[in-house]
Design a binder for this molecule. Sequence first.
Ligand SMILES: Nc1ncnc2c1ncn2[C@@H]1O[C@H](COP(=O)(O)OP(=O)(O)OP(=O)(O)O)[C@@H](O)[C@H]1O
Ligand SMILES: [Mg+2]
Length: 246
Amino acid sequence: MKTKNNIAPVLKIEALTKSFENNHVLKGFSMEMYQGENLVIMGKSGSGKSVMIKCLVGLIQPDSGIIEIMGKQISTLSNQELNHLRTEIGFLFQGSALYDSMTVRENLEFPLRKHKRNQKDIQFLVEETLDSVGLLNAINLMPEELSGGMKRRVALARALILKPKIIIYDEPTTGLDPITAKEIIQLMREIQQHYKTSSLIITHDIDCARVISNRMILLIDGMNYAEGTFQELLNSKDKKIQAFFK
Ligand SMILES: Nc1ncnc2c1ncn2[C@@H]1O[C@H](COP(=O)(O)OP(=O)(O)OP(=O)(O)O)[C@@H](O)[C@H]1O
Ligand SMILES: [Mg+2]
C-alpha cells in the first residue's frame, strides 16, 4: 500500500469511474486522505463531487475503481460490515436535512437508536454534543424555530454524535451569510482539533477552502487534476487551476 510518512490513508480512492449513459462523470479519479487532515475538494458545478461522495458511502455503485475506507475495501464488505463502517463516518448533508417533525433533542437521538445504550447515556451524549456546537439551550426547539446557522450547527452535532473518525461535509457554508459562514468554519476547525477527526470538505467557497484546508484537490474533467496546499494551487500558472481563484 502506498503511504505518506509510512502512515496508511484513512480514505483511498483509486481510478474511480462512473458514467450515466453518455455522460462520463468520473474518468479515473484517485485520491488519498490521511488521519487528522482537512482535505478540501473543489470542482465546478456538475463536475461530479456529489457523485464521488455517493460512491464513497455506497449510495451509488461506481463502474470501476477501488474505494478503501480505513483499510477496508468497501466492495468486499457485507451489508452488516458496511453499516458498521458507516457509523465511523459523519455526514453533513447540504442544507442541513434535519427532521422537521422532531425536536433538536430527537434529531440528535436518531443516529443513536440503532446502537443499544441506556437512556442516561443517550441524554448525556446528546447534551455533550449539543454543547460542543454551542446550542445546549436550543435542545427542545423544533427545526422551524432555528435560524439557518443554528440548523447547520445542529446538523453538525448530529453528524458528530457517534464520534466518527471521518466527517464528510457537502457544501457546509452554502446558503449562509458571510458572518455565519465564518462561524461554521471556525466550529469545524474546533471540532477537528477536539475530536481529531479527518475531514473531507466539498466546497465552492474559496474563503472556506483557504481557512480550513491543509490540502486541496481540484476535480476537473473527471480526474484529480491537481493537488497541493491552497498557496501552492494559488501560485500555479496552469489556466484551469487559476480559473478557480478568480
Ligand atoms: N443519479 C443520476 N443519474 C444521472 N445523472 C446523474 C445522477 N447523479 C448525477 N448525475 C450527473 O452527474 C454529473 C455530476 O453531478 P454531481 O451532482 O456530482 O455534480 P457536483 O460536482 O456535485 O455539482 P454541484 O457543485 O452543483 O453540487 C451531472 O452531470 C449530473 O447530471
Ligand atoms: Mg454536489
